[in-house]
Design a protein around this ligand. Structure first.
Ligand SMILES: CC(C)(COP(=O)(O)OP(=O)(O)OC[C@H]1O[C@@H](n2cnc3c(N)ncnc32)[C@H](O)[C@@H]1OP(=O)(O)O)[C@@H](O)C(=O)NCCC(=O)NCCS
Length: 296
């Protein structure tokens, strides 16, 4: 989908797109790990649940992450376009390892739901478009969803490269099947994009590169295609950030900005391509994604 259809006024009720419930599952891969799914919970409802559970351990770790005071200004203050992530209905999938009196956070993931035709020409505009479409659908309540969208998967550092991200992706597929969705689709933010040598390439030139063995070069894309996902598109503007040109050096390490043009800037070890227009006193960073589909 290249543009947005006007959706009219929201009715002001809580977003809703399915069962509002919390379920627990043991994990085959490791019996000391449990999966908890908070289905159809807004960010505020998820935080409220965490507060009730959070004496210590995994719940406390999540609370510190999602209920933390943010520094000002940070990148979230410079998004281009609306980001109703905090307002829409989401599913939160949490893996935690029991041990002694407290559990540890292993990995977690977030999904949301939209109605989608199955045509790659009709995909939302990346991550931002997916969240916006979910919000419009769930708040206006005029279309029942048929597609689950994976918005985020995070494996904790101590548990990385042990296949936990793949377990979260499997849990997303299971949820999609149970809820009668025809697909799980994911706008993948490829981790290798943020390496210095990749950040400067046009997105389409970088994203689908393959290794000599025929597998995708990016490990995140490789993992999903091994699990059965198929690439169905790319989007150059999955996340967009816009700044006054004076704000760019506040948020990123960068060379002195002396002329209009492209710069590679750095934050938290990640590199981004920024375009600075000195005549119009603005700068923009576009982050792309690769869309993959698990056809269920
Ligand atoms: C990306 C991420 C989710 C992977 O989690 P994980 O549990 O370590 O992934 P898995 O163990 O299932 O490994 C998947 C593949 O990626 C590879 N991999 C994982 N981390 C890697 C790294 N830092 N560098 C290179 N390869 C890596 C694994 O070796 C494996 O590849 P293989 O299939 O060829 O063996 C994790 O690194 C992470 O949370 N990163 C920060 C958040 C993020 O970028 N999320 C993705 C966008 S939403």
């Amino acid at each position: 989908m290249l543009g947005f259809r006007p959706k009219g006024k929201t009715k002001g009720h809580r977003p809703n797109y399915g069962h509002h419930r919390i379920r627990e599952f043991p994990q085959e891969k490791d019996k000391s790990v449990r999966q908890t799914r908070f289905e159809n919970h807004t960010l505020a409802e998820f935080i409220e649940n965490l507060r009730r559970r959070s004496a210590s351990g995994a719940w406390q770790e999540l609370l510190e992450r999602y209920d933390a005071p943010r520094s000002f200004p940070d990148l979230a203050n410079f998004r281009l376009g609306p980001n109703p992530f905090g307002l829409t209905a989401l599913d939160w999938i949490v893996f935690r390892k029991e041990g002694g009196r407290a559990s540890s956070l292993v990995a977690h993931g977030i999904t949301t739901r939209i109605r989608w035709s199955g045509e790659s020409t009709d995909l939302p505009r990346g991550w931002t478009g997916a969240v916006r479409q979910s919000y419009e659908n769930s708040v206006l309540g005029d279309e029942s969803p048929n597609t689950l969208i994976g918005l985020f998967i995070f494996a904790e550092t101590a548990f990385r490269e042990h296949g936990w991200a793949a377990e979260v992706a499997e849990a997303m597929k299971e949820l999609a099947r149970e809820e009668g969705m025809h697909s799980l689709i994911i706008p993948l933010r490829l981790p290798t994009r943020y390496e210095w040598q990749n950040a400067r390439l046009p997105y389409a030139e970088f994203a689908l590169r393959k290794r000599d063995d025929g597998e995708f070069a990016d490990h995140w894309l490789r993992m999903h295609t091994r699990l059965g996902a198929r690439v169905i598109g790319t989007c150059d503007v999955s996340h967009q950030h816009a700044f006054h040109s004076d704000d760019l050096p506040l948020l990123f390490e960068c060379d002195p900005i002396e002329r209009t043009g492209s710069y590679i800037v750095r934050s938290h070890g990640e590199h981004y391509a920024a375009y600075v227009d000195l005549e119009r006193e603005c700068a923009v960073i576009n982050e792309g994604c690769v869309w993959v589909r698990y056809h269920l």
